[in-house]
Design a protein around this ligand. Structure first.
Ligand code: ATP
Length: 315
């Protein structure tokens, strides 16, 4: 399919470009007009709660599913029509599976490596992912986390230009999660384009140059983590539950907000300057309230998601 006129740089110059993507499963619209781009050499995170349509989107990009409407360009090519040309250039780590149950980890990785022209050293990759001692273990006997790491190794062994990682750290212990994060950072440093899905805002915040926040199959916001969270700060403290906040709110500058959520946890939003901090602490003092864990912090992607959708990301 021809690229839209005047859109050459966004289609052929980017790692990934989706326009108006729609996918339905019967009456259910899983992807509802999704449009976003992923620049080459960057880490792009598709962030959203379970069921947001992330896996469906990624599987269409990987050529595993057909869209009902919209266009997809992967390295400037059509993932369905140009599948053969894309195969050696794109690495795929599915959410689960992808490796036969009886295949031994090391043998399978060597087999996949043999299909590539200039593969990474399979043994070094296993070592890097902490799988050396499991090299002779059949896939189905590996733990969930080990299976995930082997899938990651399979995705990377061919030195792809672009890798799709679907929830690469879900279910991993903290050590394995950090090892995966380091690996993604190294891929980025080597100029590899990475598109990953996650429902961990910390993962998106840490790894991604560009975050696409999705909910109900739609993009609700996108930008760099700093753009999404903005320069705004907020003030938090803990104190006894049920403090009447009306008087505090009246003393704060116009446009400020103060709320208790959950019980005993207080949040003050607005233009957080030294004067605002003084107002809050003076109010605490006049009410005999000892504000514990008082801190000023930047908003997180979790806060942004809550604001945009009224729901928590961690569903
Ligand atoms: N093969 C299918 N048949 C029917 N419905 C499906 C199918 N695959 C996904 N869905 C539905 O489409 C919606 C989007 O699913 P999808 O797996 O793409 O979301 P996700 O954001 O990746 O979620 P998760 O993080 O749980 O994987 C969900 O409501 C899901 O139940």
């Amino acid at each position: 399919m021809a690229a839209p006129p005047g859109d050459d740089t966004r289609t052929s110059g980017s790692a990934l470009r989706l326009d108006g993507l729609v996918k339905r499963y019967g009456a259910k619209t899983a992807v509802d007009g999704l449009s976003f781009g992923a620049a080459r050499g960057e880490v792009t995170a598709l962030l959203g709660p379970n069921g947001a349509g992330k896996t469906t989107t990624i599987e269409i990009c990987e050529g595993f599913r057909r869209a009902d409407a919209g266009t997809v360009r992967v390295l400037g090519l059509d993932p369905a029509a140009d599948a053969r040309a894309l195969k050696p250039r794109v690495g795929v780590m599915p959410q689960s599976g992808g490796v036969p149950g009886t295949a031994k980890a090391g043998e399978f990785l060597r087999l996949v490596a043999a299909f590539h022209r200039r593969p990474l050293d399979p043994a070094a990759l296993l070592e890097r992912l902490g799988l050396t001692e499991h090299a002779r273990t059949p896939y189905r006997r590996l733990s969930g986390g080990q299976q995930q790491r082997l899938s990651l190794a399979v995705a990377l062994v061919g030195r792809p230009e672009l890798v799709f990682l679907d929830e690469p750290t879900t279910g991993l212990d903290p050590q394995a999660r950090h090892a995966t994060w380091d690996l993604v950072a190294d891929l980025r440093a080597a100029g590899v384009s990475v598109v990953l899905t996650t429902h961990y805002m910390e993962e998106a915040e840490r790894l991604a140059d560009h975050v696409v926040v999705v909910d109900h199959g739609r993009v609700v916001a996108q930008g760099s983590p700093a753009e999404l969270t903005g320069a705004e700060r907020q003030l938090r403290f803990r104190a006894r539950p049920g403090l009447g906040l009306e008087e505090l709110l009246a003393a704060l500058p116009a446009g400020s907000a103060a709320k208790e959520s959950p019980a005993g946890h207080y949040l003050v939003e607005g233009d957080v300057r030294p004067e605002l901090l003084a107002t809050v602490t003076a109010w605490c003092a006049s009410h005999g309230v000892l504000a514990e864990d008082l801190r000023i912090e930047r908003r997180t992607l979790e806060d942004v998601f809550l604001e945009l959708t009224g729901r928590e990301l961690r569903s």
